[in-house]
Design a protein around this ligand. Structure first.
Ligand code: HEC
Length: 274
């Protein structure tokens, strides 16, 4: 028994090797990655968000762009990527959105994937190889079509209104100056409820805390489930706490007046730039 399966395994991996080395693109998927390297390969790349997540972001980007230490606070795992990309300004080029619905040429993510002139830092994926243009073209098409979330995720869920992601993450350390915080919800937020009693930003000094100064708050363009919080003066080195009030009168609620129910708190450190 053991021998037989051992032999089969050998044969299979030899085949996989042959395929991967064919040199003409055969045996490679849409991203130039060898076929058969994962257990259940996702369906081929199409111009919708779920497909781009499964074929590009998850297999290629998440190993760097994951967790509290993700570069530029950009987490690209399935739980965070849409909220942190669509309508959210780039950290490197704050005049550009990471993805601007309808406008691939002014979406910073596309410029980074194409290694366009004027990007800060290097072409993505960092260290290469670059994505094939055919893959980038599918991402361009999805953005041209409006950069919608996939139908399943976009459907208004009957689930209780909740926060799904906050950047910076709890206990993250980010480089000074911090210009923006991002809060993602599972439903569209009623922006009229955002004020300095429902959204608190504090500078922590030992046991004490003082307000971190005035900030602006707006919904991300084309992505009304995401709130962008922009301090009037970028946050200098220090420790900060962001609190969202989901209880009591005037608490944060979605557009159907379902209140958040819980308070959410994140504490993080802004580090001096070397
Ligand atoms: C090997 C690690 C690594 C991989 C893999 C990687 N990145 Fe990055 N990414 C970085 C680093 C480091 C930076 C910041 C420095 C820079 O831009 O050169 C960055 C920056 C970015 C930025 C700029 C964010 C902003 O707010 O300005 C984007 C967009 C980006 N990456 C997208 C991607 C995408 C999409 C992929 C997958 C196709 C990817 N990256 C794969 C390491 C990586």
């Amino acid at each position: 028994m053991l021998d037989v399966s051992g032999t089969r395994l050998l044969v299979l991996s030899a085949l996989a090797l042959l395929n991967a080395c064919a040199g003409n693109g055969a045996g490679l998927d849409a991203n130039g990655q060898p076929l058969g390297s994962g257990s259940a390969p996702p369906p081929p790349l199409t111009a919708d968000f779920q497909s781009i997540q499964d074929n590009v972001f998850t297999p290629i980007c998440v190993r760097c762009h994951g967790g509290a230490g993700a570069p530029q606070g950009l987490e690209l795992d399935a739980a965070h990527s849409y909220a942190l990309l669509v309508g959210v300004p780039s950290n490197e080029q704050s005049g550009l959105l990471r993805i601007k619905p309808g406008a691939p040429d002014s979406s910073y993510l596309v410029l980074k994937l194409e290694g366009a002139a004027g990007i800060v830092g290097v072409q993505m994926p960092f260290g290469g190889p670059p994505l094939p243009q055919s893959t980038i073209d599918v991402i361009r098409q999805w953005i041209s079509d409006g950069a919608a979330n996939s139908p399943a995720a976009a459907a208004v869920s009957s689930a209780a209104f909740a926060v799904t992601a906050i950047s910076p993450a709890q206990e993250a350390t980010v480089a000074a100056p911090l210009t923006r915080m991002v809060v993602a919800f599972n439903h569209e937020l009623d922006a009229s409820l955002v004020n300095d009693t429902t959204v608190h930003l504090e500078h922590l000094l030992g046991e004490a805390a003082e307000p971190a100064g005035p900030f602006g708050a707006e919904l991300a363009e084309g992505n009304p489930r995401v709130l962008l919080i922009t301090p009037r003066r970028a946050l200098a080195a220090g420790r900060y706490r962001l609190t969202l009030r989901g209880n009591g009168g005037g608490a944060l609620a979605d557009v159907d007046a379902r209140v958040l129910g819980d308070d959410y708190t994140r504490e993080f450190t802004v580090d001096t730039t070397p």
